[in-house]
Design a protein. Sequence first.
Length: 87
Amino acid sequence: MLKLNKPRSAGPYPDRDIACQEALEPVFLELATELTPEDVAETAGGKLPPVLLGLTRRAEAAGWTQEEAEVAISELAQNLLDDMASM
Protein backbone atom coordinates (compact mmCIF):
# COMPACT_ATOMS: atom_id res chain seq x y z
CA MET A 1 0.00 0.00 0.00
CA LEU A 2 1.41 3.36 -1.02
CA LYS A 3 1.92 5.94 1.71
CA LEU A 4 0.31 9.35 1.29
CA ASN A 5 2.36 12.51 1.73
CA LYS A 6 1.23 14.83 4.50
CA PRO A 7 0.56 18.55 4.08
CA ARG A 8 3.59 20.79 4.68
CA SER A 9 1.73 22.50 7.53
CA ALA A 10 -1.59 22.23 9.33
CA GLY A 11 -2.89 25.55 8.08
CA PRO A 12 -3.43 27.02 4.65
CA TYR A 13 -0.45 27.64 2.39
CA PRO A 14 -0.02 28.52 -1.31
CA ASP A 15 -0.84 25.64 -3.66
CA ARG A 16 -2.06 23.37 -0.86
CA ASP A 17 -4.72 22.10 -3.28
CA ILE A 18 -2.06 21.08 -5.77
CA ALA A 19 -0.01 19.43 -3.02
CA CYS A 20 -3.08 17.39 -2.07
CA GLN A 21 -3.54 16.26 -5.69
CA GLU A 22 0.13 15.29 -5.87
CA ALA A 23 -0.13 13.37 -2.61
CA LEU A 24 -3.17 11.40 -3.75
CA GLU A 25 -2.28 10.88 -7.42
CA PRO A 26 -0.21 7.66 -7.16
CA VAL A 27 -2.87 5.92 -5.07
CA PHE A 28 -5.69 7.32 -7.20
CA LEU A 29 -4.07 6.00 -10.39
CA GLU A 30 -3.59 2.59 -8.79
CA LEU A 31 -7.25 2.48 -7.71
CA ALA A 32 -8.46 3.86 -11.05
CA THR A 33 -7.45 0.63 -12.78
CA GLU A 34 -10.45 -0.96 -11.03
CA LEU A 35 -12.89 1.75 -12.17
CA THR A 36 -15.07 1.78 -15.25
CA PRO A 37 -15.01 4.84 -17.52
CA GLU A 38 -18.46 5.67 -16.13
CA ASP A 39 -17.05 5.57 -12.58
CA VAL A 40 -14.27 7.95 -13.62
CA ALA A 41 -16.78 10.34 -15.20
CA GLU A 42 -18.97 10.28 -12.09
CA THR A 43 -15.93 10.88 -9.92
CA ALA A 44 -14.97 13.88 -12.04
CA GLY A 45 -18.47 15.17 -11.37
CA GLY A 46 -18.06 14.77 -7.62
CA LYS A 47 -19.75 11.41 -7.00
CA LEU A 48 -17.06 9.15 -5.57
CA PRO A 49 -17.43 5.35 -5.63
CA PRO A 50 -16.75 3.48 -2.35
CA VAL A 51 -13.15 2.64 -3.23
CA LEU A 52 -12.35 6.33 -3.62
CA LEU A 53 -14.26 7.27 -0.48
CA GLY A 54 -11.75 5.02 1.26
CA LEU A 55 -8.99 7.14 -0.24
CA THR A 56 -10.55 10.26 1.28
CA ARG A 57 -10.38 8.59 4.69
CA ARG A 58 -6.72 7.76 4.14
CA ALA A 59 -6.09 11.37 3.10
CA GLU A 60 -7.75 12.62 6.28
CA ALA A 61 -5.54 10.31 8.34
CA ALA A 62 -2.52 11.88 6.60
CA GLY A 63 -3.66 15.41 7.52
CA TRP A 64 -5.72 16.58 4.54
CA THR A 65 -9.35 17.61 5.00
CA GLN A 66 -12.16 15.54 3.55
CA GLU A 67 -13.11 18.43 1.27
CA GLU A 68 -9.53 18.82 0.02
CA ALA A 69 -9.35 15.11 -0.71
CA GLU A 70 -12.69 14.98 -2.51
CA VAL A 71 -11.82 17.98 -4.68
CA ALA A 72 -8.38 16.56 -5.44
CA ILE A 73 -9.84 13.17 -6.42
CA SER A 74 -12.42 14.83 -8.67
CA GLU A 75 -9.67 16.87 -10.34
CA LEU A 76 -7.52 13.76 -10.80
CA ALA A 77 -10.49 11.97 -12.37
CA GLN A 78 -11.03 14.88 -14.76
CA ASN A 79 -7.35 14.75 -15.71
CA LEU A 80 -7.68 11.02 -16.34
CA LEU A 81 -10.74 11.61 -18.53
CA ASP A 82 -8.83 14.24 -20.49
CA ASP A 83 -5.94 11.78 -20.97
CA MET A 84 -8.34 9.03 -22.09
CA ALA A 85 -9.98 11.38 -24.60
CA SER A 86 -6.64 12.29 -26.16
CA MET A 87 -5.69 8.65 -26.81
